[in-house]
Write a protein that binds this ligand. Sequence first.
Ligand SMILES: *[C@@H]1O[C@H](CO)[C@@H](O)[C@H](O)[C@H]1NC(C)=O
Length: 425
Amino acid sequence: MFCKTTLLTIALALLASESVSHALHHANTGVRVPISKRGTLTNSDGTFNHDKAVREIVKLKNKHRQNLINLQKNRGSQALTNGAVIKPLATVPGALQKRDGVALTDQDDDSLWTGDITIGIPPQSFTINFDTGSSDLWVPSSSCSSCGDHAKYDPRKSSTSSRKIGWFEISYGDGSSVRGSPYTDTVTVGGVGVHGQYLAAVSKESDEFATDPSDGIFGLGFRAISQLGHNPYFFTAIEQGAVSQNVFSFKLSKSGSELFIGGENQALYTGGIEFHNLSSDRGFWQIGGASVSVNKKAAGSGFETVIDSGTTIIYAPEHAAKEFWSHVFGSKEYEELQGFYSFPCNSAPEVAFSWGGKSWIIRPDDLNLGEIEEGSGTCVGAIAGGDLGLGDDVWLMGDTFMKNTYTVFSVYGEAAGAVGFAELA
Ligand SMILES: *[C@@H]1O[C@H](CO)[C@@H](O)[C@H](O)[C@H]1NC(C)=O
């Protein structure tokens, strides 16, 4: 058995002998990364922010379109299983495009979960959006003139940065895109550092992102959907032995949200964790055998789910959303184009999801995105329907779901793992 004091002495000796700046922390028990900013598509007066919701859906469609393009590039066309199809680029309806940028500047009601990371040595800090539904890390580069007030990565100021060949680009539906060059560098999250991490430093940002409260995106999905085609941070951390357990966990709520790296934070959940092995190796945190109920009555079953912390709502295939809402008293299609439905505000149903074990309930508040108009008594639901190209039985489970459970992501291998759910403490 190792003596802790001896190990500590060795660690200190190593620290002293090496350049201190190169010593990366390896977590023995896991580390907490506080994350903040509650996601919402509701205006401060309680009404539904229609324009923002439309933009969000368009962005969502294009994110997953890009994931499928990356999957095809990394694994070949045969990887597009489960009826997956790369859809044409989704676009924001003309009337909503670039309206003096007014709709984009409101940062009070952002729909992201952000946290801090550092890149390089000495460290450069960024506020990023932790996204289990994509697999690349990108931040603005110091050469970006369209990146608003965001923190910018200057590779020349990092002793560990290395420029890589290639190009990184994601297109968005307002005709704009995020573009940049790949680098490798040291990346530290909650003190857990990895070296040689691939990332993109973008020199052009879309209007959509220039006013976004987060500087960039931190992908926590699998390598199969990485555009850079390299291990995302958490897989690098596993490979380099930087985490004691191949697990990360999320609590997303009004306050006290955190990402826990290297295990689960036992203070944040009660009871056991119900694990489900991934049902697909195509790079998403995807689990199957799901069902949904409305007021305890079945409203859909036998579908696949992708757990996506980078999405605000729950997005179902069109036919499944239609079926689901047919079980909700007084519901109506509200916005056909992006697949939103409305329901009487005073009779929000109890919605629950199950993967064959416990029923995981969505609080009625979380199902409600706000009133169509102030005083109308009609509210928009946080389960919408449309085709993302992921397959016609795949639901995307965003914050609306994740806010109601402690969610654990466990990696078994390059393309295998499990998602676990537990009751929030
Ligand atoms: C889940 O996957 C692991 C690792 O491949 C395996 O050992 C385990 O039996 C699987 N569990 C179930 C319920 O299939």
